[in-house]
Design a protein around this ligand. Structure first.
Ligand code: F3S
Length: 755
């Protein structure tokens, strides 16, 4: 058995008493979201009510999931913690590094050849530390999690933004950075600002050409890409109960596109049926015992305005199929309006490619409904005008839909089946001619459609829709095609129409798979050796950062005074650098190369005081480091906003930076700096930013008395001999000061582990 029934038993055994306690403390009926959150407090039983949108709360997730791109640094760090095993069940999924080019088998083999050392590393670390490893070709992380691990009432974090997919089965599942995954795997708490709650009431029932995807496409249109920030979206109502579990998964998946922390559906009959169909009857028996608390209290759904911060209502009876795009998933256009809107905006109407699948839409239901359209095209003698591709989400779905003849149907309309991996969704698509950057339109059933996302061409207009609609539009080759009323000409020149799609929520003959692609970890991994070639370009074992010597930092130099916006992308750029994610020294060559130097307003050109020359930021940092000189980064407001990537803190630390002093921090980055043993400080007087000169020497005056709530003074010696003293604040609590003393949070865990 792949899923961990004992862990689930433990979660359920304490679930209801904690819910009851929370209900008492809050003195009101509870939403489902609150039940799951209050039953997963790191401190155990609920003791206090938290303020939505304000309180920072420590949670204890039940599971951790990682995809191969983000897992590399997460596991390299975890190895530093000195633990024998992960503290909670965890999995790694090899899905992001497979490029879609000619078709599943060849592409997969090529990925294995190209990424062999990364895959071997991930497999052996997983084997050693008790982590389940899903090999390349096994499937896309969220689909595999949905089929094997998601469970109602549970909590999971995953190092990928679309982790919320598991909300379709009633699990609070949240996308996080690698550092958070490391904390939870090492047994530390995971902190989250207690979210606000948005309730979405679904009335009526889907019909005809509409699908679950259209619900989230409309929600995205209503709330926009920012509307869900800091919120959990809870769906309810008769419409919610009528959706398949995988349809709910699609909706939760794309909650990421409105910036929601996660999205959630209650446990219901369809959820139970899906769990049984995927081999988890035992879990259903357990869930049924507590099912009244695997949903909100009745009063909540009766008077949602009283219990949610915002309520939206959608009537599924009249919901239309949508296409969202181009360049943003929240530009929602019902297909009846597409002709008018597309012509007005000058969007290219001819559709070049239709792509279905991905982690968003590759359930059995999705594939069978899309195949019903393809089948009609074959039977009615219509040739597909656009190219057509299918990316299955898992080997289990692929095997089952192949058995049931659907892949063959797609091939009959010229469809190409790619590997069970992210492929075109993450730009891993060797699309012929994309480099010519011609203006063109594609339609797909994925989730994101930002410029360049799929094929790297900034002039590709990508529209998002349900797999069945995408199939119909690909066949028509026309963005404005409305299959509910428009006709197509077949090979005989006759006018024909496509009937509304039909499909099965679950395979009538059951799911089947030959080799799911799973590697279970060793029972005792202590003998497993982790080999990383010292000459490797892509992987490098980490060395512990040095502990603090307890003394004031003196004689430090300015590495860069960053001007204006400095996001984690400015600090550690993505793009081509992603291939070095598992090699700290190599990826450090991108450190702050996007930041603007406040003294010359140029990027990646800073003065090095040892040589007097202007160098790139990484070169200058390395020069100071080789001379044993500590360095400081100075920044503006909201320094480190953007993603939660831990590289943005690890890289400067690796290059010898000791302190980041800014007007204000983005909170996650500030925490990441603390975890890596850096000193994260803010100016008491933001104008002191202006006092800092390019050639200053920095002497700390009272860091040796580092304690919670106590400011820290720094003396600046300017090149003309004059001096300034500036006062800085910090937000370290005693525990975080211990991280600083030890050199990093992981060093501290290791020390404690060794005791
Ligand atoms: Fe992969 Fe795209 Fe999903 S990158 S995890 S298929 S959003």
């Amino acid at each position: 058995m792949i899923f961990d029934i004992d862990m689930i038993k433990a979660v359920y055994s304490r679930y209801q008493s904690r819910v009851e306690k929370a209900r008492k403390i809050l003195g009101k009926p509870l939403t489902y979201t609150e039940k799951v959150l209050y039953s997963h407090l790191y401190s155990g039983e609920p003791q206090e009510a938290f303020s939505r949108g304000e309180s920072y709360v420590d949670f204890a997730p039940d599971r951790v999931a990682m995809q191969d791109a983000t897992a590399q640094m997460a596991l390299l760090q975890f190895m530093q913690a000195g633990k024998k095993n992960v503290a909670v069940p965890s999995t790694v999924h090899a899905d992001h590094l497979v490029q879609a080019r000619v078709g599943a088998d060849k592409d997969l083999q090529e990925a294995i050849n190209k990424n062999n050392e990364v895959y071997n590393f991930l497999a052996s670390v997983s084997n050693k530390y008790g982590i389940g490893f899903w090999k390349p070709g096994a499937g896309i992380i969220h689909q595999v999690l949905f089929e094997n691990y998601a469970f109602p009432g549970g909590m999971m974090i995953g190092t990928d933004s679309h982790t919320p997919t598991a909300g379709g089965l009633g699990m609070i599942a949240i996308g996080v950075g690698g550092a958070d995954a490391v904390d939870v795997m090492a047994g530390m708490p995971w902190e989250l600002k207690f979210p606000k709650l948005i309730g979405v009431k679904l009335k009526g029932k889907l019909n005809g050409w509409t699908s679950a995807k259209d619900i989230i496409l409309q929600v995205a249109g209503l709330l926009t890409v920012k509307g869900g920030t800091g919120c959990i979206v809870e769906y309810f109502g008769e419409g919610a109960e009528s959706l398949s579990a995988t349809g709910k998964g699609t909706i939760c998946n794309m909650g990421a596109e409105i910036g929601a922390t996660t999205s959630l559906f209650a446990y219901d009959k369809n959820g139970a049926d899906y769990l049984i169909a995927t081999g988890r009857s035992e879990l259903v028996t357990l869930a049924d015992n507590i099912k009244e608390d695997l949903r909100a209290d009745q009063e909540v759904y009766a008077n949602p305005e009283q219990y949610f911060d915002q309520v939206i209502e959608i009537d599924l009876n009249i919901l239309e199929p949508h296409l969202n795009g181009p360049f943003s998933p929240d530009i929602a256009t019902p297909i009846s309006k597409m002709k008018e809107v597309a012509e007005k905006n000058g969007w290219p109407l001819k559709v070049e490619v239709g792509l279905i699948g991905s982690c968003t839409n590759s359930s059995y239901e999705d594939i069978s409904r899309a195949a019903s359209i393809a089948k009609q095209a074959v039977e009615k003698g219509i040739k597909s005008k656009a190219e057509y591709t299918v990316t299955p989400g898992s080997e289990m779905v692929r095997y089952t839909v192949e058995r049931d003849g659907y892949l063959e149907t797609f091939e009959k309309i010229g469809g190409k089946v790619f590997a069970n991996a992210c492929g075109p969704c993450i730009g891993q698509w060797a699309r012929e001619g994309a480099d010519k950057q011609e203006k063109n339109t594609i339609v797909h059933s994925f989730n994101r459609n930002f410029a360049k996302r799929s094929d790297g061409n900034p002039n590709t207009y990508a529209f998002v829709g349900s797999p069945e609609l995408i199939t119909a539009i690909a066949i028509a080759g026309d963005l404005t095609f409305d299959p509910r009323k428009d006709k197509l000409l077949n090979e005989k020149g006759e006018e024909v129409m496509l009937n509304a799609p039909e499909g099965n929520e679950l395979p009538p003959k059951g799911f089947e798979v030959d080799d799911p692609g799973y590697q279970a970890p060793a029972q005792d991994g202590s003998e497993v050796k982790i080999e990383v070639e010292p000459t490797s370009e892509r992987l490098q074992l980490l060395e512990s950062f040095p502990a603090w010597d307890g003394k004031n930092i003196t004689g430090a130099r300015l590495l860069i005074k960053a001007y204006g916006k400095c996001t984690t992308d400015h600090i550690s750029m993505a793009g081509p650098w992603l291939r070095f994610r598992g090699h700290l020294d190599n990826i450090s060559n991108n450190t702050l190369i996007g930041a603007i130097n406040a003294f010359n307003m140029e990027a990646n050109k800073v003065k090095n005081e040892i040589s007097g020359e202007y160098l790139s930021v990484p070169d200058s940092a390395r020069k100071y480091k080789s001379e044993g000189i500590s360095t400081i980064i100075v920044g503006d407001n909201n320094y480190g906003e953007g993603s939660s990537r831990e590289h943005a803190a690890m890289q400067p630390r690796h290059l010898g930076v000791r302190v980041v002093l800014v007007k204000s921090f983005a909170r996650i980055h500030e925490t990441n700096l603390k975890k890596q043993g850096m000193l994260a400080l803010t100016f008491v007087n933001p104008e002191d930013y202006d006092k800092i000169k390019e050639d200053d020497i920095f002497n700390f005056l009272d860091l040796d008395q580092f304690s919670p709530g106590k400011s820290i003074n720094i003396e600046l010696i300017h090149s003309d001999g004059s001096k300034d003293i500036i006062t800085t604040n910090h937000t370290y609590n005693q525990g975080q000061i211990e991280w600083f003393k030890a050199g990093s949070a992981l060093n501290l865990i290791k020390q404690n582990e060794a005791k």
